[in-house]
Design a protein around this ligand. Sequence first.
Ligand SMILES: NC(=O)c1ccc[n+]([C@@H]2O[C@H](COP(=O)([O-])OP(=O)(O)OC[C@H]3O[C@@H](n4cnc5c(N)ncnc54)[C@H](O)[C@@H]3O)[C@@H](O)[C@H]2O)c1
Length: 515
Amino acid sequence: MVASPKDINPNNEPTVLCPECGVPIPVSMEKCPYCGIRMPRGCKMLAIRVAVGIVALIAAIIALCLFTRCSSNEPYKIVDGTIICHTPKRAAGQQDMLGFAAEPLETVRVGFIGLGSRGKGGPKRWSQIEGTQIVALCDLKQECIDKAQEYLDKAGRPRAAEYTGSEDAWKQVCERDDIDLIYVATPWASHVEMALYAMECGKHVAVEVPAAFTMEELWQIIDTSERTRRHCMMLENCIYDFFELTTLNMAQQGLFGEILHTEGAYIHSLDHSMRRTDRTWRVDHLRNFRGDAYPTHGLGPLCLVLDIHRGDRFKTLVAMDTKCVMGADIYASAHGEKLDDFQNGDQTTTLIRTENGKVIQLHHNIVTPRPYSRDYALVGTQGYAVKYPIQAFRIGNDVPEGVNPVSLKAHPFMSNEERDALLEQYKHPIIKEVGEIAKKVGGHGGMDFIMDYRLVYCLRNGLPLDMDVYDLAEWSCPAPLSSISIKHGSAPVQVPDFTRGAWKRIKGYEFAYAE
Ligand SMILES: NC(=O)c1ccc[n+]([C@@H]2O[C@H](COP(=O)([O-])OP(=O)(O)OC[C@H]3O[C@@H](n4cnc5c(N)ncnc54)[C@H](O)[C@@H]3O)[C@@H](O)[C@H]2O)c1
C-alpha cells in the first residue's frame, strides 16, 4: 500500500522535496518512503534553516510592532523610543513659500470673520490704517456686527456688507471678488476650514492663534498656501510687543552673546471667563485635549530671536503636564457637570531642542491664580533679559566692586536707570516708526495695532510678511506634539521640518521694508 502524505507527516513538520521522485518529505526523515533514496543532509538542514528563519522573522515583526507600538491609526511611528511624525511629500510643481511676496496691493480690501471679544478689535484698528477698505463683516451674532459697524462710523469709514444668520455665511465673504484678505477671529475649531477655503478662493489669510490642532491640518494649510501661492499668516501679536521687539534688536546686535536657552509661556488666569455658561468653546476643547493648547504667544517671539527656519529649526520636543484639578472644576461651573475624565492638565510644560543646540521652555497654565506671564526670558552667553514679573537685564559678568564674587549678590540685574537707557538705545525701528500711534489706537497696549499695520504695509508694498506659513506651523505645532509626547509618557517627538529641507536658505530673521 502506498503511503499517503498524512501517513508520512502526521505532525505537519516542514517538508523538503525528494530529489528523486519530487514528493514532499518531512525534514526529519532519513529516507524517502516512496523511492527509498537517502535524503541529502544539506536539503534537510536547509529546510530546517528556512523554517526557523520564517518563524524568527514573524516573531521579530510581532516584537517590533509591540515594542514600537506602531499604529496604523496614528500619523506617527515610534522608533527606538522616539516619536517620528509623518512628513508628506511636496506635490510635483509645488514650491515653498520662503520669502514669498505677492503682487503689491494699492488698497488692502479685507473681510472679517468672527467679531467677538477678540475679533471686534480688528475693524476698529483697521479703520485707523491708511490704504485699507473694510468690505465685509461676518459673525453669527448681529450685535457683534453692529458693534463693528459703529467703529467704522466713528472713523468716518463707509459701512461694510454684513454676513450673518448661518454657520457658513462666511463662505460668501470668501467668495466675493472684491476682497484680498480674510481675517479670521473665530473659535479654534473653525480656523482650518476657513483658512483653507479662503485660500482656495484666491484670498490671503490672517488667522487667529493657534491656527490648528493637528499635524495633518498644519500640513494642509502649508500645502494649500504653497499650491495657491496665497499668504497664510497667523495673527501672533506678541512678536510686536515693545520689550520683545527691542530685545530682538539687542539679540540681533549681539548684546547677549549667543542665545542658548529661552523661556516663554501663556500663564493667564482665564478662570472667570471660562466659567461663563454662554461661551464654553475653550473649556470644551480642553475637556478632550491633553497638552499645551496655546503655545504661540510664548513661542513666537523666541522663534524670531532663534532664527527658526532661518538657519535653525526645531528638532526634538518633550512635554509633561500636572494632573487636572481646576480645569474639571471650571468645566463643572460652565456645564453643571462634574467630569472624571477632563483631559487638560492644570499646568503643561514643553521643552524643545533645536538643531543648533538651543533649548526653548514653554508653560501653559490658564486655571490657577498665578499672575499673568509670558515668561519671555533670553539666556545668552554674555547676557540675560527677562520680562516678567519685571523687565530686567544683566549684561556681561562683572562683579560689582567690593563684592565677593561667590556671594549671592555678585551677579545683580542692572539698575532700572541703566535698563531704561538700554531700552531707549536699542529701541526697535518699528517702534520708533509707529510705537506712539500704536499706544493710542491700542490693542494689548499697542502690539495688535503694530501687527495689523505691518500686515497692511507688507501687502501694500508686495513684501514678504513678517510671519510666514512655516511660522504658523512651527508656533502651533507644540499643541499636537505636546499632546502626542504626553500620551506616550513624555516621550521625545522628532519635530518635522515644515519647510521640507529649506530651513537654512534664509540667513537670520529680518523684517522686510520697502526701498
Ligand atoms: N491674539 C490674541 O491676543 C488673542 C486674544 C484672545 C483670543 N484670541 C483668539 O481669537 C479667537 C476668538 O477668540 P474670542 O475670545 O474672540 O472668542 P469669542 O467667543 O469671544 O468670539 C468668537 C466669535 O466668533 C463668532 N463665530 C463663531 N463661529 C462663527 C462662524 N461659523 N461664522 C461667523 N462667526 C462665527 C462668534 O459668534 C463670536 O462672536 C480664538 O482663536 C482665540 O484663541 C487671540
